[in-house]
Design a protein. Sequence first.
Length: 78
Amino acid sequence: MRHRTQLYLDEAQYAWLKRRAGERGSIAGVVRELVDEARSRRRADADDPLVRHLLHEPPTDGTEQTSVTTLDEDLYGL
């Protein structure tokens, strides 16, 4: 299923997209490529062990060892 959408761009944004589309085909194609690139970067970030560690085990206060003091061990088994 495809969805149709409409964007409002300023002159600089439109000119940049038009130049890039000249190299690749259509403005719509460029926008789809940019969306796909952004989505794949988000997936790659989620696969990063440091990002996963910080999102799921944030540092805490207290006298016990925290995720910050055990970061190398937790991430790399050191």
